[in-house]
Unconditional design. Structure first.
Length: 258
């Protein structure tokens, strides 16, 4: 009982701190997506500039790569409207939260090594860059990142069609064990927050059991690609904040298991 109460209290503290970081940045979180809001997501305030300032230049470049993977050829046509199930949009949102969490975690190490001037030298970096270009030309994805949760959303964002950046080169140079460690949500509380926050936004699809098996009855929303872009940028920032507050609280309560 005490363990459950402690976990619930920690979740509430973490979530409150994440929300406070959005408030401090003067950024409004997306309200719950309901049927009567279909087609209106694109009318919410455009806060791309504010969101960009919350990330390092290298991290924001990676977020843009992730965004390009999700939007595909619609990245330059943000006014086009698509009808998508709320469950599917929720999957994209949750995967982007996890990507933002991972990205902040690896970017912290990258920025530290850059400050300490212990990053790979120019020759090694060019070698990594060449390997990436060769893999990209063959349509290959990084073998470790391909197992990232989220299915075909590909939140890892290191495969075919990705723009080469210095941070991406750095990530590709990490060994498999290190990369897997960075790609793991460290606490059960953080995992629960991602699940509950996503469900609060998009709801839980109704499951109906038919003779053929279980079928999900999920309602669709009409959303233009500009609205989807906003959701992805917000989610990646949410994940980045979640890493920050989890680390802050753990430094005092030591709830993260190593």
């Amino acid at each position: 009982m005490k363990a459950n109460e402690r976990r619930k209290a920690l979740e509430e503290i973490l979530y409150a701190l994440v929300v406070q970081k959005f408030i401090d940045a003067n950024i409004s979180l997306t309200p719950s997506v309901t049927t009567d809001m279909s087609g209106k997501i694109d009318l919410w305030p455009d806060e791309d500039g504010k969101l960009q300032q919350l990330h390092s230049r290298e991290a924001y470049e990676m977020i843009q790569n992730h965004l390009s993977l999700i939007l595909g050829n619609k990245v330059g046509d943000l006014k086009s409207i698509a009808e998508i199930s709320k469950f599917r949009v929720g999957q994209v949102y949750a995967a982007s939260v996890m990507y933002g969490y991972f990205l902040k975690r690896v970017d912290q190490r990258f920025q530290l090594e850059k400050t300490m001037k212990v990053l790979p030298n120019e020759t090694e970096e060019n070698s990594v860059h060449q390997t990436i270009e060769e893999d990209t030309s063959q349509g290959m994805s990084h073998p470790e990142v391909s197992t990232w949760p989220g299915g075909d959303v590909s939140p890892g964002g290191f495969g075919y069609g990705m723009k080469a950046t210095r941070l991406r080169n750095y990530v590709m140079s990490l060994d498999g064990d290190t990369l897997q460690r960075f790609a793991t949500i460290r606490s059960k509380e953080a995992i629960s927050i991602i699940e509950k926050h996503t469900e609060a936004l998009f709801g839980r699809p109704e499951i109906v059991v038919t003779p053929e098996g279980a079928v999900s009855k999920d309602e669709n929303v009409k959303i233009n690609f500009g609205g989807l872009k906003k959701l992805v940028l917000e989610a990646a920032t949410f994940g980045s904040f979640l890493w920050d507050v989890e680390s802050y609280v753990d430094s005092r309560y030591h709830f993260v298991l190593n």
